[in-house]
Design a protein around this ligand. Structure first.
Ligand code: 5GP
Length: 116
């Protein structure tokens, strides 16, 4: 899988490209997806580049855990008390289009299983 280190999310982190940011701290950024697939669709990304979920290494464990902590907090803030979907697409066959690890937080509608 040929995935360059430079990617659109790095430009959002550096504020070279605008985004509707809902959370930022020293380790991660969360912002509304530009093409929402649900009434609420937020992306939570680490500020350091991990290209795919397959690249997650033991030293990333705390950072990846932090993404989930932030996702839970955002879901609560956005009123998703009746449930939501967290998704990580990995690689070409997983439907990943941006080569920078991201957690999709989607809510505000029902979700079916299995996903397509
Ligand atoms: P993936 O398909 O890699 O799992 O998810 C990438 C997501 O990034 C898609 O849902 C897509 O809509 C979103 N996305 C791509 N480019 C931009 C952008 O420039 N700004 C924002 N806010 N979202 C983007």
């Amino acid at each position: 899988m040929a995935m360059p280190a430079d990617n659109i999310f790095l430009k959002i982190i550096s504020k070279d490209i605008p985004a509707k940011i809902v959370h930022e701290d020293d380790r991660c950024l969360a912002f509304h997806d530009i093409g929402p697939k649900a009434p609420v669709h937020v992306l939570i990304i680490p500020k350091t580049v991990i290209r795919t979920a397959a690249d997650i290494a033991p030293e990333h464990a705390e950072l990846v855990g932090h993404l989930f902590v932030v996702a839970a907090r955002i879901a609560q803030q956005l009123g998703l008390s009746d449930g939501y979907r967290l998704v990580v697409n990995c690689g070409d066959r997983g439907g990943q289009t941006v080569p920078h690890l991201h957690l999709h937080l989607m809510g505000g509608r029902d979700f079916s299983w299995p996903p397509g």
